[in-house]
Design a binder for this molecule. Structure first.
Ligand SMILES: Cc1cc2nc3c(=O)[nH]c(=O)nc-3n(C[C@H](O)[C@H](O)[C@H](O)COP(=O)(O)O)c2cc1C
Length: 248
C-alpha cells in the first residue's frame, strides 16, 4: 500500500531527520563522486520515498547541468505525474525526506528548481512526467556544520494566533519549519490552529512544492496520531493535520 503523508516516516526516521535539520544548508560546492556504497544507499532512499503522483529518481548530474553548483556528479530528479498541486506538494515532502536522509549520511544537498539547464537532463522524465526540480547530492567540499544563524522569519511572523500557548509538539514543529529550505528563501508559509481544530500549514497553492517541504518538517515533530487533509478552497488552509482521536 502506498504511504500517505502521515505514514511516510517511522519514529527512527523522524529522529534521524530531526538531527539532520540542524546541519542542513544548501551546498553549492562538492568534492566529486559518491562512493559506490553511498550511491546504493541514496538509490534506496530515492525509491523508498514516494507519495501519490510523485517520485524521485537518482541520476548522474552532467557537468554542464547546473549554473551555480560545482563538483557535483549526482542528483535526484523530483518528478510528478502531470502537474497537479497535490502532486507538487507530495513531491516537496518526499524530496525533503531525501535531503534529510542524505544530510544524515554527511552528504551535501541543494534543491535546484531554477538554476539548471533543462536540456542537459531532458531524458530523466518519462512520458507524462514533469521534472519539478533537481536535488544536487554528493560529498561536500567542506564538512557539514550547523550554521550560526539562518535568515528566517521570526516565530511571530511564521505562526498565527496565540502560538506561545501551543502544545509543545506544535512549538517544536514551528521550530523545524522555520529551518526548512524554500525557493529563493521566500518561506511562503504560515502555521496556525485551524478553525475546526487541527494544526495547519498554509501557503498559496502555487507554492505547493515549498509547502510540502514545510509539511515534512512539521511532520517530524507530530507525535499524536493524525491524518493530513489538503484543500485549495478559498479561506481554507492548504494542509491540516487532524488528530485521529483527539485534538493535537
Ligand atoms: C524548491 C526549491 C528550489 C530551489 N532552487 C534553487 C536554485 O535553483 N538554485 C539555488 O542555488 N538554490 C535553490 N534553492 C535553495 C534556496 O535558495 C535555499 O534553500 C534558501 O536560500 C535557504 O537557504 P538554506 O537552504 O541554506 O537554508 C531552492 C530551494 C528550494 C526549496
Amino acid at each position: 500500500m502506498q504511504a500517505t503523508m502521515s505514514t511516510l516516516l517511522q519514529p527512527a526516521q523522524k529522529e534521524r531527520m530531526t538531527a539532520a535539520v540542524r546541519v542542513r544548508t544548501s551546498c553549492r560546492a562538492y568534492a566529486g563522486d559518491l562512493a559506490p556504497a553511498q550511491t546504493a544507499q541514496l538509490a534506496y532512499h530515492a525509491g523508498r520515498y514516494a507519495l501519490p503522483g510523485a517520485r524521485l529518481r537518482l541520476v548522474p548530474l552532467p557537468e554542464n547541468a547546473s549554473t551555480n553548483i560545482t563538483g557535483c556528479r549526482a542528483a535526484v530528479a523530483v518528478l510528478v505525474d502531470g502537474d497537479s498541486w497535490l502532486h507538487r506538494l507530495n513531491a516537496g515532502a518526499i524530496g525533503e525526506a531525501f535531503v534529510l536522509e542524505a544530510t544524515a549520511m554527511g552528504l551535501g544537498t541543494c534543491w535546484v528548481g531554477g538554476s539548471f539547464r533543462r536540456e542537459a537532463v531532458r531524458d530523466v522524465a518519462a512520458p507524462g512526467e514533469t521534472l519539478l526540480a533537481l536535488i544536487a547530492v554528493g560529498p561536500p567540499a567542506t564538512p557539514l556544520t550547523a550554521p550560526a544563524t539562518r535568515q528566517r522569519m521570526a516565530p511571530e511572523h511564521l505562526c498565527q494566533g496565540n502560538w506561545r500557548q501551543w502544545p509543545e509538539q506544535l512549538i517544536r514543529a514551528a521550530t523545524l519549519v522555520q529551518q526548512a529550505p524554500s525557493g529563493m528563501n521566500q518561506q511562503p508559509w504560515s502555521l496556525l490552529i485551524a478553525r475546526g481544530g487541527g494544526f495547519a500549514v498554509d501557503a498559496p497553492v502555487h507554492s505547493a512544492l515549498d509547502a510540502g517541504i514545510a509539511i515534512l518538517h512539521a511532520e517530524l515533530a507530530l507525535t499524536t496520531p493524525h491524518t493530513w487533509r489538503f484543500s485549495d478552497a478559498p479561506g481554507a488552509p492548504l494542509a491540516t493535520a487532524v488528530a485521529d482521536d483527539r485534538m493535537i
